[in-house]
Design a protein around this ligand. Structure first.
Ligand code: ADP
Ligand code: MG
Length: 358
């Protein structure tokens, strides 16, 4: 449905988007995840034909956005970072205007009603847009994107600035829309992407740092087998601890064992790390069976998307790229931290300070 090949955008010397390629199939929800200034909006603006690319190709439903922009754009509903609202109009007159602008052929009254119902703005159709809350404004923006029922929806940070209830509502709506539309959604908020998207592209400093499903991305970069075990020894005293640590260390493939806190009376947790691609779960079971110990918990330490994102953007691991590539590109000099589930990036150069988001 959407095919992007070697897309690049330069602003003077500044490489905002650098050789990005990806595909989105029909009915998929793709998430663009990256800190402010990563190049998400620039990419979306190119996808929608709002700005031109420096090089590369974009096909929407097989149509090149530069060769036949009118046709390609007719497949797209776009909600830009700042919704294009005429705030002096009422919701009704604005949506009617968009209906005309898009030369929509669907039955006017019924279609507008359907869109308003879907976006839950039917109650405010007579109101002046300026007076609506941020959440409602965002929904009007979304309604505008849905007019003419385009098969592709491109939504740039659709939940930014909304309160938690509004965020959940918009997410639910996007999921619902994903059943009948191909959706590309950008966000710098991890849980959001995780909750809504089928596929994820992590973009950082204009390049794709990782792509795939959350699981696939995790698999690619979890190259160590780490787990936490809670094992009940035979004496329920601190003596168990050393005996268990020693025994675990003897399992083939184990490279690291650490006894953690006493989690239940006389029972400890153990962090165990095995060598790459070594699955020690059965050996652990056998050991406990032989010794008469009980495994009360076994938890693989899966990386969260957050861990992955930090690893990738800090230049720790770049899956799917060989080492030579990593050496060539120095690790980005950005400081990332996570605050209330949101990524906060601070840059040591100007690039992220004028990222357009804030
Ligand atoms: P994101 O949406 O991921 O926050 P953007 O796509 O807005 O990032 O920006 C990517 C980079 O391109 C940023 O470093 C930003 O400063 C730069 N940029 C964006 N638009 C322009 C422009 N019109 N002129 C110069 N630089 C720009
Ligand atoms: Mg942006």
């Amino acid at each position: 449905m959407i095919e992007v090949k070697n897309l690049t955008k330069r602003y003077g010397d500044k490489q905002a988007v650098n050789n990005i390629s990806f595909k989105v199939e029909k009915g998929e929800i793709l998430g663009f995840l990256g800190p402010n200034g990563a190049g998400k909006s620039t990419t979306m603006n190119m996808l929608t034909g709002y700005i031109s690319s420096t090089s590369g190709q974009i096909l929407i439903n097989g149509v090149d956005i530069l060769e036949d922009p009118k046709k390609a754009k007719s497949y797209i509903g776009y909600l830009p970072e700042i919704p294009p609202l005429y705030v002096d109009m009422t919701v009704d007159s604005y949506l009617g205007f968009m209906y005309d602008l898009k030369k929509c052929k669907l039955p006017r009254k019924a279609h507008l009603k359907e869109v308003c119902d879907l976006c839950k703005i039917s109650a405010v159709r007579g109101r002046i847009i300026r007076n609506l809350s941020k959440g409602y404004k965002q929904r009007v923006g979304l309604a505008q994107a849905l007019i003419n029922n385009p098969p592709v929806l491109i939504l740039d940070e659709p939940t930014v600035g909304l309160d938690p209830n509004q965020i959940i509502e918009i997410r639910t709506l996007i999921k619902k829309l994903g059943k009948n539309h191909t959706v590309i959604l950008s966000s710098h908020i991890l849980p959001e992407i995780q909750a809504v998207c089928d596929k994820i592209i992590i973009i950082n400093k204009g390049v794709v740092a990782a792509d795939g499903t959350a699981d696939e991305i995790a698999k690619n970069i979890t190259n160590e087998h780490k787990m936490t075990l809670r094992i009940e020894g035979s004496t329920h005293t601190v003596n168990d601890k050393q005996e268990i640590v020693d025994a675990l260390k003897k399992i083939e493939g184990v490279k690291y064992v650490r006894a953690d806190m006493e989690r239940e009376r006389g029972i400890y947790d153990y962090d165990v790390e095995a060598h790459e691609n070594v699955d020690i779960r059965r050996a652990v079971n056998n050991l406990c069976r032989e010794k008469g110990w009980n495994i009360l918990m076994l938890q693989l330490s899966n990386l969260t998307l957050e861990d992955i994102f930090l690893k990738i953007t800090m230049g720790d691991i770049v899956p799917g790229r060989d080492k030579a590539d990593i050496v060539e590109k120095p690790a980005p000099k950005i400081e990332l931290s996570v605050k209330d589930g949101e990524l906060v990036a601070s840059a040591d150069d100007e690039s992220d300070n004028n990222g357009g988001d804030k």
